[in-house]
Design a protein around this ligand. Structure first.
Ligand SMILES: Cc1cc2nc3c(=O)[nH]c(=O)nc-3n(C[C@H](O)[C@H](O)[C@H](O)COP(=O)(O)OP(=O)(O)OC[C@H]3O[C@@H](n4cnc5c(N)ncnc54)[C@H](O)[C@@H]3O)c2cc1C
Length: 598
């Protein structure tokens, strides 16, 4: 059975020492989040994840969800009780606005809680995760009545939420959506169509399920310009706000799938179901984007979360498993062989996971703090800058953290040798569970295209220029600091390569857009390395300061941080040159063969 220990200390270090969360005290909700409160909240979330959710991870994988003849779905043993405890603990609404029953704590805190929950049990975490996404879309685009009706239910977790985009003929290209919406005299709509792969579409955890559905109003224009967003509850709300009569929405079947068996993936049939328009007609995709952006960050966190739990188990195993002797001579004479952690190749794997996890966690928190600014600051300029950052970094976090997160689960499995391939140690479940994060919420190839095609040129490149400006200024200001040179120098080189890649697109992609498409994934990963490298510089700077200040075990912990960061700079950062070379190779050889040749 795998084990899990939530990285509370690391989150505290990042929030307090690297990002100085106290500097945000002018934002609503932050002054209440004193270090003691933050530590207590994280500590409780850690306990809940470690003691309640982690033991259910294997159960959920083995049992999966079951659909019954009446269309109802039963979640695995223990999920219902865990969900009850989740909502009783108030975890659902930790960062939600107080006016709708939330606690208004920083979003940064919720992202850490999400990480803990996903590490412990990703399939379970998707039920509350999607619910909060639905709440965010209604908060941003719902009418005052819709907000009053749905938000308190979703934020308390009494009802859960889903997002219904995908249909059999379309997932990426939502312009092909066929689900129809027919206006009714009372202002509601009758929704008819089939959605597939709907996470948490049906289950037994909550008394109602609020489906957010993309559909086409009769007579709407073709393509994405004719798509509207509707709220379609499983059970129609009664006049008093409770549950009334059953709506025309049902689960036709649930998918058998590679991983996340504890989460129900449903075919949802809408048969003249009553729904209400959210936002303006034909503006559904824009409204759904709010939900998708939240969800994309959440999916990036899933990549990190599985990488973290897989790493923890691989590190423990590498200290116990005996095989061979260290190349530099026996290290454990009392044992018949040395533990495999003495071997550089095993170290390579462990260090790569660890160096990724610590920087990825920083990147998530940095961006989550921007999300707090974007949602809560009273200063319009600050809000815009934070929003730009989120727009730019969301595809990077989604794409890079899930690609690398999956790769890390495979690396962790490798550390176990054959024991990683069999089910007993739980490592193969991490691999299977992590795989979906690269696909849903926009496959990672689409994230890369979003970054290169939309986010770079948006507003005349304002977000990108701000990012380049911040990183270059940081490098310049620390140029004379010898203690940071092993971090700042490689970052400077990598930033230069990212700037060259950007310039190459400007010169070569306008004439031939395939050049942008061909290099997009490399660009996303190059960008990811620069962003993670920047995080390592900031972590290293904070670690130097903390080690100098002394205190309980600080020197040792910070020395480990610095060594991990050095590994990142020495062994992982050089990949930027390969990405740049591949970008500059362009589309020619990629597109040379005619389709029939494949
Ligand atoms: C377990 C699971 C849970 C899911 N949960 C939900 C959910 O809750 N709600 C929901 O609505 N959907 C959900 N999905 C659906 C998921 O979001 C889609 O499967 C995903 O967006 C990809 O769409 P698709 O499967 O139709 O692939 P396609 O759109 O057919 O894409 C196939 C491949 O082609 C690539 N591709 C497509 N178009 C382009 C292009 N223009 N340029 C370059 N490459 C391109 C894609 O990157 C992809 O690799 C879920 C799926 C699964 C498996």
């Amino acid at each position: 059975m795998p084990t899990y220990k939530a990285p509370v200390d690391d989150v505290m270090f990042l929030l307090s020492d690297v990002f100085h969360i106290d500097r945000y005290n002018n934002l609503p909700g932050f002054a209440d989040a004193t270090p003691d409160v933050v530590e207590a909240v994280l500590g409780e979330a850690a306990k809940f994840s470690e003691d309640v959710l982690a033991p259910l991870n294997r159960v959920g994988d083995k049992e999966g969800c079951r659909r019954h003849d009446d269309g109802s779905v039963t979640t695995p043993t223990g999920f219902k009780d865990a969900y009850r405890r989740l909502i009783e603990g108030g975890w659902m609404g930790a960062s939600a606005p107080a006016e709708f029953g939330g606690q208004g704590l920083p979003i940064a805190l919720t992202q850490s809680i999400n990480e803990f929950i996903s590490s412990a049990n990703m399939a379970f975490g998707m039920y509350p995760g999607l619910t909060l996404g639905a709440a965010a879309a209604i908060f941003a685009h719902g009418s005052p009545e819709q907000k009053a009706l749905y938000l308190p239910k979703l934020i308390s977790g009494t009802w859960t939420g889903t997002m219904n985009l995908t249909e059999p003929q379309c997932g990426t290209d939502l312009g092909l959506v066929r689900t129809r919406a027919v206006p009714q005299p009372d202002g509601s709509y009758k929704i008819t169509g089939t959605k597939i792969f709907i996470s948490g579409g049906e289950h037994d955890l909550a008394e109602n399920i609020v489906h957010l559905v993309l559909a086409r109003i009769e007579g709407a224009p073709e393509g994405v310009k004719g798509i509207s967003l509707f709220v379609v509850p499983k059970i129609l709300p009664a006049k008093d706000g409770g549950v009334g009569t059953r709506n025309g929405v049902s689960c036709g079947s649930i998918e058998e799938k590679m991983g996340i068996h504890g989460n129900s993936t449903c075919v949802m049939n809408f048969d003249d179901a009553t729904g209400w328009l959210v936002a303006e007609p034909n503006r559904g995709l824009q409204a759904m984007f709010v939900m998708m952006n939240e969800a994309r960050l959440g999916v990036g966190v899933q990549g990190l979360a599985l990488s973290e739990v897989a790493y923890q188990n691989a590190a423990t195993y590498a200290k116990e498993r005996l095989a061979g002797r260290a190349l530099t001579g026996t290290k454990f004479k009392d044992k018949p062989a040395d533990p495999i952690i003495v071997h550089p190749d095993v170290r390579r794997t462990l260090m790569a996971m660890r160096a990724f996890n610590e920087a990825a966690r920083a990147l998530v928190l940095w961006t989550a703090l921007k999300s707090d600014v974007a949602h809560r600051s009273g200063d319009a300029k600050e809000r815009q800058a934070a929003d730009d950052h989120m727009g730019l970094l969301t595809p990077v976090i989604k794409g890079v953290l899930t690609d690398q997160g999956f790769a890390n689960t495979v690396s962790a499995q490798q550390v176990f040798g054959g024991h990683g391939y069999i089910a007993e140690h739980g490592m193969e479940q991490f691999v299977r569970d992590a795989r979906i994060a690269m696909i849903y919420e926009g496959a990672n190839g689409i994230q890369a295209l979003d970054l290169v095609g939309r986010k770079l040129p948006r507003d005349g490149g304002r977000a990108l220029q701000a990012f380049f400006g911040e990183v270059s200024a940081y490098i310049k200001e620390r140029a004379a600091d010898a203690s940071l040179a092993p971090f700042v120098k490689p970052l400077g080189q990598a930033l230069g390569e990212l700037q060259q890649a950007t310039m190459w697109f400007m010169q070569n992609a306008l004439g031939n857009p395939d050049n942008a498409g061909a290099g997009a994934t490399d660009y996303m990963h190059l960008f990811g390395l620069v962003a993670l490298g920047y995080m390592w510089c900031r972590i290293a700077e904070a670690a130097n300061a903390k080690a100098a200040a002394g205190g309980n075990g600080a020197a040792e912990r910070m020395a480990a941080k610095l060594a991990t960061g050095r590994y990142f700079m020495d062994h992982m950062m050089p990949a930027t040159a390969t990405h740049l070379a591949r970008i500059k190779a362009g589309a020619a050889s990629m597109m040379a063969l005619p389709a029939e040749a494949f």
